[in-house]
Ligand binder design. Structure first.
Ligand code: FAD
Ligand code: DLZ
Ligand code: SF4
Length: 508
């Protein structure tokens, strides 16, 4: 009796657990483009095109390798519209009585599979370095789940950048050397771009017709859509950008959307690359002397540290995590998150780039759009749905802990020991956005003042009960307390006026 083997759009690896469990001679692989996955948030058209094209090519590869693959295209007659619906339909077609799946990366889909009338056996997704059980064991009994300690354990576990039981070059973390602005740097070549082939062109037509109205520009479309291409993109990154990755990791430039970032997250998350091959390429370059330690360590930390840690938090915290709102923020998401129509040059650039590329790098996500949402008290669930929709690498397991936890402090301090908030000075130091802005970063309150400046103090003031005793924030509260009454009042008045205009939908 054949079984159904489910492969989801972000599980495009022939080493995925369900396929390893399957019997090529008797089992049937099912893959489906379905409205329920394409619509649950209004995904960026580039994200949908990337996944559908990569799914189609992966299905073709599996067929070449001798698998019986039943692939449903979005516009096929009889498309059941959801993953459980497709499982049922294919079960009727083949007579299969059970389905083997690899655990999805979102609670939403896990529970839909659990409720499926055909039994679905979910295998652990072992594409990750740290299993759910191992993360539980690591977290058990700790007062604080700090990434740095988790990361060190992952370095020890993998032996990456280790000299015996000591970290290479004598330090675990070179972050202090990774905070340089990029002004004056030689230009970066940017990620490798691929010309759409026939499969991609066909998908682009479909996506334009069905999702052309979603936020986001579909063309030019240049993403890799198969493993071979993603591997070339990886080599290109290691050769051309990795050596300077550490130095300018936190920098932002108006005319350079990618700087020394790898732009590999969408390939890694969808299964086109593995963390092992990415880390091996980085370590090889380091050992060959082509890449300095601050770049190699900084990059490895993102992959085996932050990425694995975020996944651990998502699954440990459970399905209600994306609904958390520890700071009780209720303001609606401003329209400019969908239009880029704001005078705040940093926000306008980050949103416009997101619209064009389905990509923004970490500091843009954290310190521009995320920072603004937190300072302005935007409802975290609305912010979460925005991030989940607009980035090509976004799945809830990685997006929610970054947004709800790291960026918005809506989990009350599980991911971060203090909120990531800053005034305009940080953005000005790390970018060239401010010089082209209608607001003046040097002005703290009143006419023409940079909104990040007064919103920052108003945020601290509003949440004094929660953060006033946090030792990492004591210095800022002391500065606020030392300001004259007039200055504090002017700051709070500016914030109130701005937030009132924001809520009324005025142009800001
Ligand atoms: P690089 O800067 O080149 O970093 C290398 C790799 O490290 C990335 O490809 C990624 O796999 C990993 N990485 C780095 N930081 C993180 C992190 N904080 N969490 C997990 N992995 C990390 N990443 C996603 O993959 N999907 C998301 O939906 C997502 N949403 C985010 C939302 C917010 C508010 C923030 C602050 C961060 C988010 N991140 C997300 C993390 C990070 O911003 C992206 O992984 C990174 O920008 C992807 O670009 P890159 O491949 O050029 O990364
Ligand atoms: C994101 C996405 C989209 C847009 N479409 C599909 C699809 O049609 N079929 C599919 O199998 N997967 C899709 N995905 C990825 C899933 O949403 C993803 O597997 C879950 O969110 C779990 O991470
Ligand atoms: Fe952003 Fe303020 Fe700088 Fe304008 S002045 S770009 S709003 S930080």
């Amino acid at each position: 009796m054949s079984r159904l083997i489910l492969v989801l759009g972000d599980q495009l690896s022939d080493q995925i657990a369900a396929l390893r469990e399957a019997d090529r001679d008797t089992d049937v692989v099912i893959m489906a483009e379905v409205a329920a996955e394409a619509d649950y948030v209004p995904h960026h058209p580039k994200k949908i095109a990337f996944l559908f094209a990569a799914m189609r090519k992966f299905a073709a590869k599996l067929r070449d390798d001798g698998w019986d693959v039943r692939y449903t295209r979005l516009d096929d007659d009889g498309n059941a519209g959801s993953i459980p619906g497709e499982i049922l339909r294919r079960a009727e077609e083949t007579g299969a009585k059970e389905c083997i799946a690899t655990e999805p990366g979102e609670w939403r889909l896990i529970s839909a599979l659990e409720d499926c009338p055909i039994p679905v056996h979910m295998m652990q997704d072992d594409r990750f370095l740290c299993s759910h059980r191992e993360f539980e064991e690591w977290a058990e009994g700790r007062k604080e789940l700090r990434m740095e300690w988790f990361y060190r354990d992952m370095r020890r576990k993998t032996g990456l950048l280790m000299e015996g039981d000591k970290p290479a070059c004598g330090k675990w973390n070179f972050d202090h050397e990774n905070r340089k602005p990029a002004k004056g740097e030689d230009p970066f070549p940017g990620p490798m771009r691929f010309t759409p082939d026939e499969t991609v062109e066909e998908v682009l037509d479909l996506v334009e017709a069905r999702f052309g109205g979603n936020f986001g520009t579909l063309c030019p479309f240049w993403f890799a859509t198969e493993t071979g291409q993603a591997r070339r993109a990886l080599s290109h990154f290691v050769r051309t950008a990795l050596p300077r990755f550490g130095d300018v990791q936190d920098a932002m430039l108006e005319d350079d959307r990618f700087l020394a970032h790898s732009v590999l997250s969408m390939y890694l998350n969808a299964g086109l690359l593995t963390w092992q091959e990415i880390c091996a390429a980085v370590v090889d370059a380091f050992e060959a002397g082509d890449v300095p330690i601050n770049a190699a360590e900084g990059f490895i930390r993102q992959i085996i540290g932050w990425r694995e840690y975020m996944r651990g938090i998502y699954f440990r915290e459970g399905p209600d995590y994306p609904k958390r709102n520890a700071l009780n923020h209720q303001r609606r998401l401003p329209d400019f998150y969908w239009t880029a129509d704001t005078d705040m040059n940093c926000v306008a650039h980050a949103v416009a780039q997101t619209r064009d590329e389905a990509y923004a790098h970490h500091i843009q996500r954290l310190m521009v759009t995320g920072n603004f949402a937190l300072l302005a008290g935007i409802d975290p669930h609305e912010v979460h749905e925005w991030y989940l929709a607009v980035y090509a690498d976004a799945y809830e397991w990685v997006e929610a802990p970054n947004v709800i936890g790291m960026s918005l402090f809506a989990d009350g301090g599980i991911v971060g020991s203090k909120p990531y908030v800053s005034g305009g000075n940080y953005i000005n130091k790390m970018s060239d956005y401010c010089r082209g802005c209608r607001y003046d970063v040097a002005v703290k309150q009143g006419e023409g003042a940079c909104p990040f400046n007064f919103l920052y103090w108003a945020f601290l003031h509003r949440h004094r009960d929660r953060f006033g005793k946090n030792p990492r924030m004591a210095q800022m509260y002391r500065t606020w307390s030392r300001m004259s009454d007039d200055k504090r009042k002017a700051t709070l008045d500016s914030a109130e006026d701005f937030l009132g205009r924001l809520s009324s939908g005025d142009h800001v």
